[in-house]
Ligand binder design. Structure first.
Ligand code: NG1
Length: 469
């Protein structure tokens, strides 16, 4: 059992879902098997996009939609998975030192990522692989997938907690969140730690000001008259193909910007833009962006030769430089030889976005919704122009939310398709929804139901043990 996690986060519906899954599970695991149930929520990110992998802050909220896993230990060393949704086929895999992934895009890779993460973490602490037991895991997700709500991280978090529970292992959330964030890189995206931290630290009626390295989380009360709306554009960000390549390229671009700044400012031990910011006590975005502009060309060739010269690293291989820049997992980064690396504009987004996140937390706390909305709109503009991860459809759906009275609207998650998050006064929420339907969904002939919703900030993940019925 994970004593660190809030067992009160469960609502009646979730407990009923878990109970139904447990009855099915006991027919496999035995009528008297110990059965654990885990819930992990999705998240909506209010502001702070593409800052987490630079170690810079974010301001998401866990939401009141969750993925549930009901789990029991098995005698064998096999993990068997079933998903209540018929689109996700049953899967089985063995516990091994290095678990080979299923084909790219397979849902069960998120479970493998979590199990691998637990094996690695506890292995380093001296827990032998041979001591770990296999598990039967029954999954039921109520977070719309591919809709910007981070259903994938909810699945990874829930899987890690479930696998730990059946093996009698425990980890406080401050250690669990970085472990799961690292482990999710198994699927090939060089992601930061926002989604996993939001899923673990969520607090009802609160957003979360999250800082990294070391992880710190400060709940920020949501103003009572605010409503969060998330709306899915219906444009699918191809997470296991082009969108992943674009995401990983931006991780490299930001890491290069950090190294160039470090070299210019003579800072030691810098890996990320967050390290640069930490080393400059009274930093501001304008100064750092100006320094970067004078230090290096705005864009660099993707063969990295120019970058090596600038960093005085000539002679090292392309692969070693990538490894040096983004760490373990670098082998999943393939840079498109036809696309230059945008250094200046990417860094300008990340640094100005960081200022917006810090200001956003203050504004939210003070209940200043108009000003918070304006920051969200600025964030979208910066993501569109400097980070180039918006699309015509995301721009249109954000504009449709604003036309209905949203105080701010912006793409959320990695972009390249996916969803927007909007904030409005609670009383205006129906008008915003109406406007989304009228100006976005109807003209495109998309069924709006189930694609847009008012979401509430909810509690973080937790594990409970279910009594034999
Ligand atoms: P989405 O697109 O919601 O999975 C991704 C990353 C986040 C963060 C955002 C951009 C993963 C699991 N998630 O979110 O860490 O970098 O993009 O702000 O990689």
């Amino acid at each position: 059992m994970n004593s660190h996690y809030n067992p009160d986060g469960w609502d009646t519906g979730e407990l009923e879902r878990a109970g139904a899954l447990a009855r099915e599970l006991r027919s496999i695991a035995g009528a008297n098997a110990r059965v654990f149930a885990v819930r992990a929520p999705g998240r909506a990110n209010l502001i702070g996009e593409h800052t987490d992998y630079s170690g810079l802050p974010v301001l998401p909220a866990a939401i009141d939609r969750s993925t549930i896993i009901v789990a029991a230990a098995m005698e064998s060393r096999e993990v068997t998975l079933r998903n209540a949704a018929p689109d996700f086929a049953p899967r089985t895999f063995q516990l091994e030192r290095r678990i080979p992934p299923f084909a790219q895009g397979d849902w069960a890779n998120y479970v493998k990522a979590a199990v691998q993460g637990v094996i690695d973490h506890f292995g380093a602490l001296g827990v032998a692989l041979a001591r770990l037991r296999g598990a039967a895991l029954f999954v039921e997700g109520r977070i719309t997938t591919a809709a910007g709500l981070s259903s994938s991280s909810a699945l990874t978090v829930a899987s890690a907690l479930a696998f730990m529970a059946v093996n009698g292992l425990d980890l406080p959330p401050l250690e669990c969140a970085p472990m799961v964030a690292r482990s999710e890189r198994y699927v090939g995206t060089m992601g930061g730690g926002m989604d996993q931290a939001a899923a673990l630290f969520g607090r009802r009626d609160h957003a979360l000001f999250i800082e990294f390295n070391p992880l710190r989380v400060r709940p920020v009360r949501m103003p009572s008259d605010a409503a969060i709306i998330v709306a899915d554009s219906g444009e699918i960000a191809d997470k296991s193909g082009s969108a992943r390549a674009e995401y990983n390229r931006r991780v490299v671009e930001c890491a290069l910007a950090a190294r160039i700044l470090a070299r210019t400012l003579k800072l030691q031990g810098v890996r990320t833009l967050g390290d640069v910011v930490s080393a400059r006590v009274n930093w501001n975005a304008t100064d750092l962006v100006g320094i970067l502009e004078r230090a290096a060309p705005a864009r660099l060739a993707p063969d990295l030769e120019e970058a090596k010269r600038l960093l005085d690293m000539t002679g090292i291989s392309h692969e070693s430089l990538l490894h040096e820049l983004v760490g373990p997992g670098a082998s999943s980064v393939k840079l498109d030889p036809a696309k230059p690396l945008e250094i200046f504009r990417r860094a300008r987004h990340v640094l100005t976005e960081t200022e917006r996140v810090i200001r956003g937390a203050e504004l939210l706390e003070a209940g200043q919704l108009e000003a918070m909305g304006a920051l969200m709109n600025e964030s979208h503009a910066s993501l569109a122009s400097d980070f180039e991860c918006s699309t015509a459809r995301l721009d249109k759906i954000a504009a449709s939310a604003r036309a209905g009275g949203a105080l701010g609207a912006r793409l959320t998650g990695a972009g390249f398709g996916g969803s927007i998050v909007a904030m409005c006064r609670a009383a205006d929420a129906p008008r915003v929804i109406e406007s989304l339907d009228r100006f976005y969904y109807e003209p495109l002939g998309i069924e709006a139901r189930g694609r847009r919703a008012v979401l509430h900030a909810g509690d973080g993940a937790s594990t409970i043990e279910l009594a034999v019925a």
